[in-house]
Design a binder for this molecule. Structure first.
Ligand code: PRP
Ligand code: URA
Ligand code: MG
Length: 216
């Protein structure tokens, strides 16, 4: 499995990572959502370079022009709710793509542990498709693994790209144990620490709350 860290290259991308982390700037929820969306757009452009292309002829008013265009559309997949702004960024670029949505939330037990409960899955057939699964945060890694297993009910994808804005080192190690070799994980940053409640340190806090407000 390959891991590509976009934050390792100096680019404007890191300005958006800095802004979603910044405790003052992140209070502006519209800017937080838009920054997530902008990074979704950059991930989309970078991932597009790895997809398959086919030569096509375009007819202009004055003649013909040949150009390599996408051979097939990926299936854009995200996890509700924090994944929505990143997903919109992907959709801005892959505007003809099919889409899949999954709900996953942490169900806490009395001893402080939690399981990921998945209640909703809306997906096209995934057999032999390329799927791009986006989520701003990969902390314990449980949401991604539970989501991947649920998606398998819809078919066996030929290639999986996972796009994460901020991942924990520990979560990436966990995910590697469950996802197949044909997976590429794209990250914006990798943080070294997780709290006892599986929050990423330094991370950014709760991405869903920052984008959409607190939930009960
Ligand atoms: O790697 P994990 O430990 O599973 O944590 C990562 C998950 O946490 C966040 O969602 P959250 O559970 O906060 O839900 P929300 O989007 O509704 O806020 C994030 O968007 C991931 O889905
Ligand atoms: O650090 C974390 C972990 C899970 N979900 C978040 O939004 N942030
Ligand atoms: Mg979630």
């Amino acid at each position: 499995m390959e891991i590509v860290n976009l934050g390792k290259t100096n680019s404007i991308f890191n300005q958006y990572i800095a802004e979603i982390r910044d405790e003052n700037i992140q209070k502006d929820s519209m800017r937080f959502r838009r920054n997530c969306e902008r990074m979704g757009e950059i991930f989309a452009y970078e991932i597009s370079k790895r997809l398959d292309y086919v030569d096509q002829e375009i007819t202009t008013p004055l003649g013909n022009s040949n150009i390599n265009l996408l051979f097939e559309q990926p299936v854009l997949t995200t996890i509700l709710r924090a994944g929505l702004p990143v997903h919109q960024g992907f959709l801005n670029y892959f505007d003809k793509a099919e889409n899949a949505f999954v709900s996953a939330y942490r169900k806490h037990h009395k001893d402080g542990s939690f399981d990921i409960e998945l209640e909703y899955l809306a997906s096209p057939d995934l057999n032999d498709k390329t799927i791009i699964l986006s989520d701003p945060m990969l902390a314990s890694g449980s949401s991604i693994v539970v989501t991947y297993k649920a998606l398998l009910e819809k078919g066996n994808p030929k290639k999986i790209h996972i796009a994460i804005l901020i991942a924990s080192r520990q979560g990436l190690e966990y995910v590697k144990r469950f996802l197949p070799e044909n997976t590429t994980i794209w990250v914006g940053a990798i943080d070294e620490e997780l709290t006892a409640q599986s929050y990423i340190v330094p991370g950014l806090g709760d991405a869903g709350d920052l984008a959409y407000g607190p939930k009960e």
